[in-house]
Design a protein around this ligand. Structure first.
Ligand code: AMP
Ligand code: MG
Length: 591
């Protein structure tokens, strides 16, 4: 689910307790509403805060089990939602406001969340300034002056603070039309693209390969179905016994004993109809004889000679699998775009298919760039590093069933780059390079890409993997990944893999994400998505717990090897404390 954030300006008040945040807001609100501004306030309270009172009906109903309690009267209503597992996400809370009815949301508290704030400061509180360490402070209201380029106001001059807020709201409204995606955190640094925005743009720009080919089921693992699969048969094909036991007629349950007229093993059948008083000894999977529709398991039967008695109550129709019960003839089995893995292979075989139609293999051309990058397998020259990116990329592409066109290392020469890129784009469906795309880098690949046309150089709000080039060369999607080995993998996972899956025909693929408890505190920076390499395990209470692999430098490729997941810290959060929930992206099956 993507949460639609309200398209409203958001402004917070950041201060140490004792500064008088609430008192100031209380005095400020009438001055703001006087101007016609409609204001919502989000206030963060301590963990055992309750707005309700013991004994009130709403309280009693909540305690009796209402996980959401909406109480309404002539003048107001209040929604109380229980969140026993973890506190609701800041962005989710914002969606609870009726943005149609508001012009601005003021926030008190929410210190760790990234959005614009006014720092409130009083000397007598004796606390340090926040603005030097918090990029989100956009103005200061204090009882002393500091040397800072930020706008400053007297904390006791409510009119000045009101004017600042009015100005902030007006500026937001006039900028809004130029900002197609107004997310609270991205408005802080418009030059950046968020992970989600980047991925959306990429997915819009790529499309599914149209050509399909027939492959033998034996060779279909990892391929993507080119068309829907409809069952050509009934599964099971014939009505059969679900147990080893005795088949009798469902209209003949009350005999003292039955005459055993035959024994049928799986793979055979009894050709005559079963008469009243008769039983057929039958094995699991063997076809039910005509007229018989009920099976009594062997453990509940006593057979002496050719006579059998049953010592359990019998229900007509029991222990029988009906023809077509699992899958009826003509029923849809798999849709186009399904990736064939072990169960799908087995299923296709079970329906009798010898081959199936799959999307043809995606051809991906890769090369590394940089004069310092050397091919492994030869003695290391001075001032060089061995190329690792092409090899991690080969693995990642192999996992996705791509055909790899490995163009090696292209030296830092603009003309050579241009011809390499052009030739790559004629041979492949997708072209990918690593290195040379960071901002301020004088690498030749950028010059070459500029010459080739429609390539954008993005600064993604993420770490690792900030620089990313994306565009088309002769209509083929091109990815210029960063050079750092971990950044290459994290960028691939976030941007390239979804694009490849879409091109292969897997249209709405979503990576698995789960929640885990942070077993160590995690630092990030507000406004960017942090992907730490993590190890998740199950703790003794059966909950997922996650810690990092240690040092997180984007060149430390071993961290990817030690990790079994990425820990994703959203742009709205800057620190995660021990015990808080974080998002974990398992890497099994993807790297
Ligand atoms: P760049 O973005 O080209 O400045 O590269 C960033 C870092 O990644 C530099 O330290 C490069 O040496 C390193 N790097 C670039 N390409 C590769 C590669 N193919 N394999 C390993 N490291 C690389
Ligand atoms: Mg380079």
């Amino acid at each position: 689910m993507t949460i639609q954030k309200p398209n409203l300006p958001l402004l917070g008040f950041a201060a140490y307790s004792g500064t008088g945040k609430t008192t100031l807001l209380e005095a400020l609100l009438p001055k703001l509403t006087e101007t016609g501004l409609r204001i919502g306030v989000l206030k963060h309270a301590h963990h055992n805060f309750d707005v309700d009172k013991p004994g009130k009906d709403s309280y009693r109903l909540r305690k009796a089990g209402a996980s959401q309690m909406l109480i309404s009267s002539r003048y107001r209503h209040a929604m109380m939602a229980e969140t026993p597992d973890s506190e609701a996400d800041f962005e989710y809370l914002l969606t609870r406001f009726d943005s149609e009815q508001l012009d601005v949301i003021l926030v008190e508290g929410c210190k760790n969340i990234a959005f614009p704030k006014i720092e409130l400061h009083r000397e007598e509180v004796g606390k340090p300034w926040l603005y030097p360490n918090d990029d989100n402070i956009i103005a200061i209201a204090a009882d002393s002056k500091v040397s800072s380029p930020l706008p400053q106001m007297d904390i006791n001059d409510l009119n000045a603070i009101r004017d600042f807020i009015l100005d902030y709201v007006t500026t937001y409204a006039s900028n809004k039309s130029n900002q197609p995606v107004a997310a609270c955190c991205d408005t802080l640094s418009p030059a950046f693209v968020s992970v989600t925005q980047g991925r959306e743009k990429i997915l819009e720009a790529v499309s599914r390969l149209q050509e399909t080919e027939a492959v033998a089921i034996t060779n279909s693992y990892g391929r993507v179905l080119g068309g829907d699969i409809i069952s050509p048969v009934n599964v099971p094909q014939y009505t059969n016994s679900a147990m080893d036991g005795y088949a009798i007629r469902g209209d003949d349950l009350d005999q003292d004993n039955y005459h055993v007229v035959a024994e049928v093993l799986a793979g055979y059948h009894y050709e005559k109809p079963v008469e009243p008083g008769q039983a057929v000894k039958i094995m699991t999977g063997a076809p039910m004889p005509a007229q018989a529709d009920t099976v009594i398991m062997r453990e509940q039967a006593t057979q002496e000679g050719d006579s059998v008695t049953f010592d359990a109550s019998i229900k007509a129709g029991q222990n029988v699998r009906q023809a077509g019960e699992d899958l009826a003839l003509g029923a849809p089995v798999f849709t186009q775009g399904t990736r064939i893995e072990s169960p799908e292979m087995g299923m296709l075989a079970s329906l009798g298919f010898g081959q199936c139609d799959v999307v043809r293999k995606l051809k991906v051309a890769i090369f590394s760039t940089g004069d310092e990058v050397q091919n492994p397998g030869a003695e290391q020259k001075p001032n060089t590093i061995y190329d690792s990116n092409r090899f991690t990329l080969r693995g990642l592409l192999q996992k996705l069933g791509c055909e790899i066109i490995d163009l090696g290392i292209i030296e830092d020469d603009e003309d050579k780059m241009v011809s390499a890129l052009e030739s790559a784009a004629t041979q492949a469906d997708l072209v990918m390079t690593s290195g040379g795309v960071s901002v301020g880098d004088a690498d030749y690949i950028k010059l070459a890409l500029d010459r080739l046309g429609q390539i954008d150089f993005w600064r993604i709000n993420m770490r690792p993997g900030r620089p990313l080039a994306f565009g088309k060369i002769n209509d083929k999607p091109f990815f210029g990944l960063p050079g750092n080995p971990v950044a290459v993998m994290v960028s691939f996972i976030n941007f390239v893999e979804p694009a490849i899956r879409k091109m292969q025909g897997q249209m709405d693929w979503q990576p698995l994400k789960v929640n885990a408890i942070a077993a160590e505190s995690l630092r990030s920076r507000q406004g960017r998505t942090e992907f730490s390499r993590g190890v998740y395990t199950m703790n003794t209470q059966g909950q997922l717990e996650v810690r990092t692999t240690g040092k997180q430098g984007s060149g430390i490729l071993r961290s990817m090897s030690e990790a079994n997941c990425l820990i994703e810290i959203s742009p709205a959060v800057d620190t995660v404390k021990v015990g808080e929930m974080v998002t974990v992206i398992p890497l099994q099956g993807r790297v």
